[in-house]
Design a protein. Structure first.
Length: 522
């Protein structure tokens, strides 16, 4: 191998999975069962994933009083005209089999008095179809079951570049405690989670730095719908709190909690027929509007009417008590925070991108399921269903020539994380306008520098993350500026209505100069 940078280690695999959450580990397990050699790279430890923090549950069609078509209808309604209905139906139809595979692996879901799996209802759903574990610790149970499957994972390792050739993927350049390395492989899965760390307040773990979006763009893939960032309406508010904040699951409202402002009035009355159980974008906008009107930094969630709150929601109870709040007797102060990336690397429902051998699944992917606004608890569903399909589809790359012969130096743009977070939080949050978005883009252009992630002064993983955040911020701002309407979880105060002519995705890819620009979805 010739290289312009020092390589400390090498490995070979049939499939490299980047990310250790639900989508990545599901794909790794499926591929391994089919005889593929799989290596999973995870930046953090076994529980440093967004999956770990998922509270609500998994949306899956109930055996009685529900149907695939009902779930599809609810998903499409929440998606505000941008869902791909065939993709929605395909993924929803796969839900029951995916959950069955997970229970076979050892995942345990909460049971009702009748001994059957218990189900709750969340915002945007027309019925109780959300299964959960540990009350409000569904993600932790899913992560536990997958972690205990015994899959090989290289923890503390980050991917810095997908290497491609004439026939597609050839391998991955990565960094671990052993230094820079290369994994020679004909197939790579991006399962890196979201971009919550673009914002000062987020429900996402520290590693949610848009790595997969950047890796996909650098490799030649298309992204779409990045302007649709879902802000969870009810995140625990504490004065001066920054970084990852505990969310108060939508299931709390599903069990009867209500949103009130600082004067005790309903936040959502008259806003939507489903009131506090309206889709998340509706509730987030209602809260943001009420906070502006009252000059308040939060509203309240009144859960005092819920019997057995601490038993049903032990994780939330612990977070509240740690902040000096007793949900049984106190109002819970809440505010919106960045939660979920509805768009991402464009794929089909088997995770295939436009780059042969490059797949994406989970939050990093744009399958067409979420449209302009993800329906609650459809995320773990998508990770399970599409993750399993990628694990099977990756076998199509067996026999393709792989191997990285040269790793040329590549410069990327960087801005410091605090600058990126400040610009995005101020100008690209729940409500945006042209002036703010343009200002953020201009200021980003003014502060970026170019350097190679492998020779930067910062720690290599931090350098990769900063470069990814910078590219994701630029791409999101470009998309948000172009979408001169309000749709789903993208709200433009200067364009408050939806526009029929914009009822489609705005795909973006990098041009030959590495600059984001529009491109048709292929």
């Amino acid at each position: 191998m010739t290289s312009r940078v020092s390589i400390d280690w090498e490995a070979e695999a049939d499939l490299v999975v980047i990310g250790g959450g639900v989508a990545g580990l599901t794909a790794a397990r499926t591929a391994s069962l089919r005889g593929l050699r799989v290596l999973t790279l995870s930046k953090g430890g076994p529980t440093d994933t967004s999956t770990q923090y998922a509270q609500g549950g998994i949306a899956v069609v109930a055996p009685h009083g529900d149907s695939v078509e009902s779930h599809v209808h609810d998903t499409v309604e929440a998606g505000a005209g941008l869902c791909e209905v065939d993709a929605v139906r395909s993924i929803v139809e796969g839900g029951q089999a995916a959950v069955a595979a997970l229970t076979d692996l050892g995942a345990v879901f909460d049971l009702g008095r009748d001994g059957q799996i218990s189900r709750t209802r969340e915002g945007g759903h027309s019925t109780r179809r959300i299964i959960h574990a540990g009350g409000d610790a569904t993600g932790a149970e899913v992560q536990r079951a997958l972690n205990e499957a015994g899959l090989p994972v290289l923890f503390g390792a980050a991917a810095g570049e997908i290497v491609t050739g004439p026939n597609g993927v050839r391998g991955v350049v990565a960094v671990s405690e052993r230094g820079f390395g290369v994994v020679h492989a004909p197939a790579v899965l991006l399962a890196t989670g979201g971009l919550g760390q673009l914002y000062a307040l987020s429900t996402n773990p520290p590693g949610a730095t848009a790595d997969g979006v950047a890796l996909g763009l650098w490799a030649g893939a298309t992204v779409a719908d990045l302007e649709f960032v879902q802000f969870h309406p009810t995140v625990l508010y504490t004065p001066g709190g920054l970084g990852r904040r505990p969310l108060i699951s939508e299931a709390v409202r599903g069990e009867g909690a209500t949103l009130v402002d600082t004067e005790g009035n309903s936040v959502t009355a008259g806003v939507h027929p489903r009131g506090d159980l309206a889709p998340r974008d509706v509730v987030s906008r209602a809260i943001a509007a009420r906070m502006r009107a009252l000059g308040a930094e939060h509203v309240y969630l009144d859960a005092r009417s819920i019997d057995g709150f601490s038993r049903r929601f032990p994780t939330i109870t612990a977070s509240c008590l740690a902040a000096g709040i007793d949900p049984r007797t106190d109002l819970i102060p809440v505010a919106p925070a960045a939660h979920y990336q509805c768009g991402g690397v464009v794929t089909d429902t088997h995770g295939r991108t436009a780059v042969p051998g490059l797949y994406a699944a989970g939050e990093v992917a744009r399958t067409g399921l979420h449209g302009a606004n993800r329906l609650a608890s459809n995320s773990l569903l998508e990770g399970l269903v599409v993750g399993e399909r990628v694990g099977a589809a990756a076998a199509e790359r067996l026999g393709e020539r792989a191997g990285v012969s040269e790793i040329p130096a590549r410069a990327a743009e960087y801005a410091t994380r605090d600058v990126v977070q400040g610009l995005m939080t101020t100008h690209a949050s729940v409500v945006r306008d042209r002036a703010g978005l343009a200002e953020a883009l201009k200021r980003l252009d003014d502060v970026v520098t170019r350097r190679d992630t492998r020779t930067a002064d910062a720690h290599p993983i931090a350098a990769i993350e900063d470069a990814a955040l910078t590219l994701a911020a630029r791409t999101l701002l470009l998309a948000a500026l172009a979408r001169t309407e309000s749709r789903g979880c993208h709200t433009r105060s200067d364009h408050p209505e939806a526009v029929r002519e914009l009822r489609h995705s705005l795909p973006i890819r990098l041009n030959d100069d590495g600059v984001p620009e529009y491109a048709p979805i292929s």
